[in-house]
Design a protein around this ligand. Structure first.
Ligand SMILES: [Zn+2]
Length: 254
């Protein structure tokens, strides 16, 4: 029988073809990764607040307790609600930066302390600033209330009214969002509000504000308000809604 030895080049070619065929999945992967370029950043969490960066500021802290009534400190309540609010906002897709995560302060002077909290907005290129507080007064007052900067942006007012509407829906407050002149609102370059979560001077409200369930209700109302705000501003950029019509004198409670 006559032999027909294959030329060396053809033999080498065959070996190469077999090798390529055997390792094809690897080649495909290499090509895909070249086409993909740099590794992709993780997908933003889905949800109505995806893409938003929000600075949440638990008011006071460290040497500054804020209002103190019957041993209950404003700085503790604001921190507790801030942690819950962070969790809820993140579940809806936002990235949240807390100005403090424990019982600390930035400075011994109030002004410098506030200045450093506001500076986090620029550092993190945040879109919104939410500052949490609790009220104290000699009146028999109660009810959560949101403030925006007097003479400030329409967006700030829209944010405050959106949050206040949800607080009115979810809690017993009959208050409206109001303009005020506050350092953290005046000096923040993005829409900013102060949420006074209730009156520590009101015994019943002081009791509620210490309950985790009520703290979550407040936080959910604020988060719902932020979602409403985003939707409103996307449809009506540069404008703000008005407070709902006053239904009349609220019956006083204490
Ligand atoms: Zn305060």
């Amino acid at each position: 029988m006559r032999k027909f030895p294959l030329p060396q080049a053809v033999l080498l070619g065959l070996v190469a073809a077999v090798l390529v065929a055997a390792t094809w999945p690897l080649w495909k992967g290499l090509r895909a990764s070249r086409e993909g370029g740099e590794p992709q950043a993780p997908e933003p969490a889905p949800g109505p607040l995806a893409g938003l960066v929000i600075v949440v500021d638990p008011g006071h802290g460290g040497w500054d307790p804020g209002a103190v009534v019957a041993g209950v400190k404003e700085k503790d309540l604001t921190l507790q609600v801030a942690h819950v609010l962070k969790e809820i906002l993140e579940a809806r897709g936002a990235r949240v930066v807390l100005t403090r995560t424990d019982d600390t302060h930035y400075s011994r002077t109030v002004r410098e302390d506030l200045r450093q909290r506001v500076a986090l907005v620029g550092e993190h290129q945040a879109d919104l600033f939410l500052s949490l507080h609790a009220n104290q007064d000699r009146c028999h007052c109660w009810g959560a209330q949101t403030f925006y900067q007097k003479g400030g942006s329409a967006e700030g007012k829209a944010l405050a009214i959106s949050i206040q509407n949800r607080l009115r829906e979810r809690t017993d407050t009959t208050r409206y969002a109001l303009p005020g002149d506050y350092f953290v609102l005046r000096t923040t370059e993005v829409p900013a509000v102060i949420v006074e979560m209730g009156f520590l001077s009101n015994a019943a409200e002081r009791g509620r504000m210490q309950q985790p369930e009520y703290q979550r209700t407040i936080a959910e109302a604020i988060a719902d308000g932020v979602v409403d705000y985003r939707e409103y501003i996307s449809r009506h950029p540069g404008t703000a809604p008005e407070n709902p019509a006053d239904p009349g004198e609220a019956s006083p409670r204490s």
